[in-house]
Write a new protein. Structure first.
Length: 223
């Protein structure tokens, strides 16, 4: 079976090595570049299912680089990796050619899952997710229900976003821990249940977050 190829463009050598090891363990073939010139050289060979760009590189902003390549007709799938976490930065990332946007610090398992999602046919995630009357704007990190803006913590938003990506399917507590918490989280604790309890209260009735006995939670209307 041919391994899916990923180009990782990151100038921090230690972080690049850690991401490379994680993606390789996830079954990907990883090529590397430390700057935009190196990315140009790698992309000239082609064959990548996804490119992971750090935003700020020694020879420029990857967002501007991707925007220029998009205007020239390039259609490769792009995930931006950055410490810039303002809503305006996330919106710009999607508006200028990004397909996904991960903010540092992040859980390695989440990054691998998002890269895998971009490799799937039709795997580009829309910037706005909708479930029933719930609207989740992934770029602005805003949630509305029935048009009313809700106030969610960062963790609550991350859990809701992950449930929305898998709407209608049961998501285990373990998956939520791996994708919405960092590696220091205790998978045996009740942190997921506590966040879901707060989410249910903030989302109001009718309830959209349902417990799936022996498994975890499902987002969607009552079945």
């Amino acid at each position: 079976m041919t391994r899916q190829r990923v180009l990782l463009v990151e100038d921090d050598e230690n972080l690049r090595a850690a991401i490379r090891a994680e993606l390789a363990a996830g079954g990907f073939e990883v090529a590397e570049a430390a700057d935009l010139a190196g990315a140009d050289a790698q992309l000239a060979a082609g064959g990548f299912g996804c490119v992971v760009f750090d935003r700020m590189l020694p020879d420029g902003d990857a967002l501007d680089y991707v925007r220029r390549r998009r205007l020239a007709g390039w259609d490769g799938r792009v995930l931006f990796l950055t410490a810039r976490d303002r809503a305006a930065d996330r919106v710009a990332g999607f508006a200028h050619g990004g397909d996904d946007y991960v903010v540092k610090p992040f859980a390695m398992a989440e990054l691998t899952a998002r890269v895998r999602s971009l490799h799937r046919p039709g795997g580009i995630r829309p910037p706005v997710l909708r479930v029933a009357d719930l609207e989740i704007d992934c770029a602005r990190r805003e949630t509305r229900r029935g048009g009313v803006l809700l106030t969610l913590s960062g963790r609550e938003f991350s859990v809701l976003e992950y449930l929305a990506v898998h709407a209608g399917r049961a998501v285990s507590r373990t998956d939520l821990i791996e994708h919405c918490w960092d590696e220091s989280a205790d998978p045996m604790s009740n942190v997921v249940d506590a966040v879901v309890t707060r989410l249910r209260r903030k989302l109001r009735e009718p309830n959209l977050v349902h417990a799936v006995r022996g498994h975890g939670y499902r987002l969607g209307p009552a079945s």
